[in-house]
Design a protein around this ligand. Structure first.
Ligand SMILES: [Zn+2]
Ligand SMILES: [Zn+2]
Length: 364
């Protein structure tokens, strides 16, 4: 096997730096993955690409970028207990201490150990490289029916959405509002559809995203973001508003819309990160008996459950990948994602890079 690889770093001035670095060697409890697909997240753009804004869990420590890894195990370190060379795996993108209360619940995202909590692509080397080290405890088996690009979406976007949707519960009883139709919002629409939702309404400011959501059949109605959104949504739902809302934009006005366009007894989940919102608790929540949930990423067990559901539903998260790039073109990949004029953007290797035309997407 080659012992040097290309790897992408984000210096924080809206550029990407490719460096040649050694291929790492797995130590105890670790595996070496051949990366097959590594997708770019909104959080990479928000907190690292333009500027290193993040603190704590979002503090970027100059490591190899990329926190949505999916690949194949090519080396197994000593002490591994389950996975073997050749296994196809997704990586839960935060490696936790394993022994705090949050880790024991499977929510390594909120691991409380300052010393041992390290997110791939933030505080430890990530997936924008030919190879990546991962701890065995962070691995989720990728079912044969899912592609590596599917798996990379499970790692962050679809897992995050699945968690939020499980909290509010969505079924065929519900009309659903999704505010923000980036990759996370599109994932929310795709899962809500599989859970039976018949009327899915999406809002965004970017015209390309509204069109994408409609063209892919993920939203039944799309609305350009604006001051009339609440009354428009009420008109579309018999005057009552939706039963469920999934807020993916982090925009203050969209958050208020998500709450106010939800009917009495309805449930709203806030997933989009950053920013603020102004609400009037009595009319917006208390008098209408509404509940707002907050939801941060997901747990290892729910992520594992999601992979099984995706197969059962015949849902391929890679359908929201609109563009694939080789690692040599990683700069273009980040620039496109930063423009917002796309679905999900993936850096791919080997067979996954060839898969472009096989996809249902690339419809514009
Ligand atoms: Zn992500
Ligand atoms: Zn922990």
């Amino acid at each position: 096997m080659q012992r040097a690889m290309q790897a992408a770093y984000l210096p924080g001035n809206s550029t990407v730096e490719l460096r040649t670095v050694p291929v790492p060697v797995p130590s105890h409890g670790e595996v070496l993955l051949r990366i097959k697909a590594s997708t770019i997240c909104g959080s990479d753009i928000r907190a690292i690409y333009h500027e290193h804004l993040g603190k704590g869990p979002e503090g970027y420590q100059g490591v190899i970028a990329g926190h949505e890894p999916c690949g194949q195990i090519v080396e197994v370190g000593p002490g591994c207990r389950r996975f073997n060379v050749g296994d196809r795996v997704i990586v839960y993108h935060i490696s936790g201490c394993g022994v705090c209360n949050d880790c024991r619940r499977g929510y390594m995202i909120s691991c409380t150990s300052q010393k041992y909590r390290r997110a791939y692509g933030w505080q430890r080397d990530g997936a924008m490289a030919g190879y990546m080290l991962a701890e065995e405890k962070d691995l989720i088996a990728l079912p044969d029916q899912l592609s590596y690009a599917d798996g990379a979406q499970v790692a962050c976007g679809f897992g995050t959405v699945y968690e939020g949707i499980e909290k509010i519960g969505i079924s065929g009883d519900h009309s659903v509002l999704i505010t923000g139709l980036g990759p996370v919002g599109l994932a929310a629409a795709a899962i809500a559809r599989k859970l039976g939702a018949q009327k899915i309404i999406g809002i965004d400011v970017v015209e390309e995203r509204l069109k994408l959501a409609k063209d892919m059949g993920l939203c039944d109605e799309t609305l350009a973001s604006g001051a009339d959104n609440v009354s428009q949504i009420k008109d579309l739902t018999g005057g009552f508003g939706v039963e469920r809302a999934v807020e993916c934009s982090a925009n203050a006005a969209a958050r208020a819309t998500a709450v106010r366009a939800t009917r009495k007894w309805g449930r709203i989940v806030f997933i989009g990160e950053g920013g603020g919102v102004q609400l009037n608790p009595s009319p917006d929540l208390i008098h209408d008996q509404k509940t707002i949930y907050g939801s941060w990423v997901t747990s290892t067990w729910l992520m594992e459950e999601l992979t099984e559901r995706l197969v059962r539903w015949g849902l391929h998260p890679a359908d929201i990948v609109t563009h694939r790039f080789a690692l040599s073109q990683v700069s273009d990949a980040y620039a496109l994602m930063a423009s917002g004029k796309c679905g999900k953007v993936a850096v791919c290797f080997d067979e996954e890079l060839q898969a472009t035309s096989a996809e249902g997407m690339n419809r514009k």
